[in-house]
Write a protein that binds this ligand. Structure first.
Ligand SMILES: C[S@@+](CC[C@H](N)C(=O)[O-])C[C@H]1O[C@@H](n2cnc3c(N)ncnc32)[C@H](O)[C@@H]1O
Length: 457
């Protein structure tokens, strides 16, 4: 057993003791572990002790040897390291060699790292980029890196774009944390496609929505599934446009079943979240997370009765107790930290989620039933999404507002809301629920028809 004390003792005793230990450990596991645990090397450590290990048959030992040679950051090992970087059969060992070369930050190594940019393994290319970014202002290095703009690997592309081609998408002149007065605590009765046409770019901080189902309820009739997806595509493209740089879009959907026409036909199941996902990624939304909303089995329609009786394979039908919350972020080269830094410290502090919270991606929440609307969000679902993905004072948007649950949650959590709902009955429901409640802000809710909204904008 290699204890910390034993390894420290070896290091204090010096090169002789280390060499003895290395040559005496015939078992590769122990030797690899020694190399892994060596930690900081003594000043007079002789890297030559490790050179024979670079040809060891165990890739873990070769990896450990390269790592420790790398720690020395000594240019005299450059030839041997670049040979390993080019020729070792294990890609992790090669990557470690490129990392060690980069860590030396020696101008002499630029050409070796530039050569590594042509490697077929994206890991190696990324490591070489990392080493070269130290010399970002050198013209040769800059040109070599810029050529990777169209590299087949998306991670490589992202790094290069961020380093050399980043432009802020904010052309509105609106600060990131602010939005337009005419959108604050506003509900519009109209088709979201018409309403969004007049909403300015980059005005929304967070969108959380549950779109109409495909033919499952009376308010949602589409000629075909394709037409339904195209409708959502159109709406979410606009949501993308009106969302602020790097901000979130949370989409609640689940696969849906269209019941069979008769006993001679089968029912059809449509995997809506999976089909929409491709559309969303295509239009620029970056996939961040998938959260499962888990409901009690007693709250959903039982599809199991048949199988319970006959127990014949192929006839099994599970009860769908889950829905998806797919989390996306508007594409940006900026880190989430950049978004956070746009806010005053006081706002960040007030928006922190200090209470206990769900740490897994399975959220157990009972569904809510409403006398007027057949498919409403539970308030708790909106509360969580708003708290996790927005700051106090932000504008949160639901294009398919239904009964306006998101608006209610937003008000309580000191966010502003913007809602669109095309059905007048539901619009009136929202008006009743949200009017005259001064929980937060001097901004009383306003309710407009599309025509009225067009006039105030
Ligand atoms: C699943 S419900 C949303 C329920 C909502 N999350 C709630 O908590 O009450 C979808 C809503 O989208 C509305 N809707 C459907 N098509 C629309 C459109 N083109 N523009 C605006 N609203 C629409 C429907 O009337 C329905 O109320």
């Amino acid at each position: 057993m290699l204890t910390k004390e034993y390894i420290n003792e070896l290091k204090i005793k010096g090169n002789g003791a280390l060499l003895k230990a290395i040559s005496e450990f015939t078992d590769s596991g122990t030797l690899a572990s020694l190399l892994e645990k060596l930690g900081y090397l003594p000043k007079d450590f002789d890297g030559n002790l490790l050179i024979p290990l670079l040809n060891h048959e165990s890739h873990q030992i070769r990896l450990g040897a390269v790592k420790n040679i790398g720690k020395l950051e000594d240019i005299k090992y450059i030839q041997i390291l670049s040979k390993i970087a080019r020729q070792d059969t294990d890609s992790m060992v090669r990557r470690e060699a490129v990392s060690s070369i980069g860590r030396m930050r020696h101008p002499q190594n630029k050409s070796i790292l530039i050569e590594m940019l042509n490697d077929l393994d994206p890991k190696i290319v990324l490591q070489a980029i990392r080493g070269l970014l130290v010399f970002k202002n050198d013209k040769v290095v800059e040109n070599s890196l810029k050529q990777l703009y169209k590299h087949p690997n998306e991670m490589v592309q992202t790094v290069i774009r961020k380093e050399f081609f980043t432009q802020s998408t904010n052309k509105t002149g609106q600060p990131h944390t602010k939005t337009y007065e005419f959108l604050k605590n506003v509900v519009v009765n109209g088709d979201v496609r018409d309403v969004l046409k007049i909403v300015p770019d980059e005005s929304i901080h967070l969108t959380f929505t549950s779109p109409p189902y495909y033919n499952a309820r009376d308010y949602s009739i589409y000629q075909s599934y394709q037409e339904y997806l195209q409708f959502l595509d159109k709406v979410f493209r606009e949501v993308y446009r009106v969302t602020k740089e790097g901000r979130f879009f949370v989409l609640n959907t689940s696969p849906i079943i269209i019941p069979r026409v008769s006993r001679q036909h089968s029912s059809k199941r449509y995997p809506i979240p999976f089909d929409i996902h491709a559309f969303l990624v295509n239009m620029g939304w970056e996939f961040i997370d998938d959260i499962i909303w888990l409901k009690p089995e007693t709250s959903v329609k039982n599809r199991n009765a048949g199988f319970l009786q006959h127990r014949k394979p192929l006839g099994y039908k599970s009860n769908p107790v889950t829905e998806y919350l797919m989390v996306y972020r508007k594409k940006t080269e900026k880190l989430i930290d950049w978004n956070i830094r746009q806010y005053d410290w006081e706002v960040v502090k007030k928006s922190k989620v200090m209470e206990e919270y769900e740490t897994s991606n399975v959220w157990k929440i009972d569904p809510t039933f409403n006398k007027v609307h057949t498919a409403v969000f539970p308030l708790e679902l909106c509360n969580r999404v708003i708290k996790f993905y927005s700051f106090k004072g932000d504008l949160v948007f639901d294009p398919f507002a239904g009964s306006g649950t998101l608006g209610k949650a937003a008000r309580k959590l000191e966010r502003l809301f913007f809602l669109t709902e095309q059905d007048e009955k539901y619009f009136e429901l929202i008006r009743n629920d949200l009017s005259n409640k001064t929980i937060f802000s001097d901004k009383e809710p306003k309710f407009f028809t599309l025509e009225q909204f067009k006039k105030i904008i």
